[in-house]
Ligand binder design. Structure first.
Ligand SMILES: [Ca+2]
Ligand SMILES: [Ca+2]
Ligand SMILES: [Ca+2]
Length: 425
């Protein structure tokens, strides 16, 4: 992967963003952690709700393998993932790269494992969860990558060796309004106006044939709007996705284009530009302008470094309905220095990194996000990436991504219902 020089306009945009984010931070006098500080404290008050997103790398090479691993009493990788979640204790958690099975057996086993106290560590109980089918590994019936073969991982609606590989799961301490969940698994890319279709560089012609465009689903996994009922009157829409990495393609940049438009789907959904969107139940339109939402997930796009098309994540970061809490860690800074390589040539602030990738290629990047709507009050944020002298440092190698969390303070008198087992820390 290469690092592209920023154009003058994107430099200007970044300067403006810096000024803007300072202004946003300044309007929140209780904002506890500003730029340049060390590991954020996980302490919080009763009237906050903690959101977390974690690409937990619980994907396997064959269907059923994750279930088999979860049935083992001890499993080094899974037990580290469980420990990380128990340390941060989110109220609402999105897991990316959690293999989906139709009976939700892996999800059930994982929830039970989280709840079980082990090794002197208290369990964490999630009474509510949501999962649904994804496009990864579901055969498209076409030769999508044009290699003359059919039914390979590259010919699935989303890259995957079996249906459900790299799926997603939402866990919640608060009820989920399952009747009101909207999914966009089957939304067709061609139904997005002015879609960024990949082009063949020599001819300028579209990379995909009309026959392929007829069936091409935009979402590489799925896009879910999952409404969480903190109380009957206080609903927060958790918008979940996991756009495809912009790499593993050719000069046509087909994955870069798709990543860009997968991110655009949420940008249009929350900003009043989503009238064209049709969910899997056939309902049209985007989110109401007054709704509270939190966009979460691994978006495979760094705002400054890496290979995303046109710095695609700015489609979200630059929206005036969104706030960008900039979760940070001290471990990200330390590892960028220790690991060197591509990290040394990057311009992004390593305290914002959320993924630890190959330092001879991309280096570490900021690609996992929690972006709340502006009609909510952010009071904390962090990336779970301890420094190497911290006893918890040994947990983080369970995934190539780090858990990211953001705390929202609820309006006075909201009184979220917590059970006694819901200790905050
Ligand atoms: Ca093929
Ligand atoms: Ca590419
Ligand atoms: Ca690295």
């Amino acid at each position: 992967m290469t690092t592209t020089n920023p154009s003058a306009s994107s430099l200007l945009t970044r300067c403006l963003l810096t000024v803007l984010s300072f202004l946003v931070v300044s309007t929140y006098p209780s904002w506890p952690r500003l730029v340049g500080q060390n590991t954020p404290s996980l302490e919080r008050s009763e009237n906050t709700i903690r959101f977390a997103t974690f690409n937990c790398s619980l994907n396997r090479s064959r269907a059923g393998e994750l279930i088999a691993d979860l049935k083992q009493n001890e499993h080094p990788q899974i037990d580290k993932i469980v420990r990380i979640i128990r340390e941060v204790r989110p109220d609402v958690l999105l897991l990316n790269e959690f293999d989906y099975d139709e009976r939700h057996e892996a999800l059930q086993l994982f929830v039970e494992r989280l709840a079980r106290p082990t090794g002197g560590h208290a369990g964490i109980v999630y009474p509510y969860s949501f999962t649904a089918p994804v496009n990864t590994g579901v055969d498209s019936g076409r030769d999508l990558d044009g290699d003359g073969k059919q039914r390979t991982a590259n010919d699935a609606f989303g890259y995957g060796a079996f249906p459900g590989q790299y799926g997603m799961v939402v866990l919640s301490k608060f009820p989920i309004d399952t009747e009101a969940v909207r999914t966009f698994q089957k939304f067709l890319w061609r139904d997005m106006p002015n879609a960024l279709w990949p082009k063949l560089p020599e001819s300028g012609h579209d990379y995909y044939s009309e026959e392929i465009k007829e069936i091409f689903r935009l979402s590489s996994k799925s896009h879910w709007d999952v409404p969480i009922k903190v109380t009957d009157d206080h609903v927060i829409h958790v918008l979940c996705a996991h756009p495809t990495p912009p790499v593993f393609d050719g000069p046509e940049d087909r994955n870069g284009c798709r990543n860009h438009d997968e991110i655009r789907l949420w940008a249009d959904y929350v900003s009043g530009a989503g009238d064209y969107l049709i969910d899997d139940a056939g309902h049209r339109g985007g989110l109401a302008a007054t709704a509270r939402f939190v966009i979460m997930g691994d978006y495979n796009a760094d705002p400054v470094d890496g290979d995303s098309r046109g710095r695609a994540i700015h489609q979200l970061l630059d929206l005036d309905v969104i706030q960008n809490p900039q979760p940070r860690s001290a471990g990200g800074v330390e590892q960028a220095q220790l690991q060197g390589g591509a990290n040394l040539a990057q311009r992004g602030d390593p305290s914002l990194d959320t993924g630890d990738f190959n330092d001879s290629q991309s280096g570490n990047l900021r690609i996992d996000y929690i972006l709340p709507s502006k009609n909510q009050r952010v009071v904390g944020a962090g990336v779970f990436w301890p420094k190497s002298d911290d006893p918890l440092f040994e947990l983080v190698d369970a995934s190539d991504h780090r858990l990211v969390w953001v705390d929202l303070e609820l309006p006075p008198g909201t009184n979220p219902k917590r059970t006694p087992s819901d200790r905050l820390r």
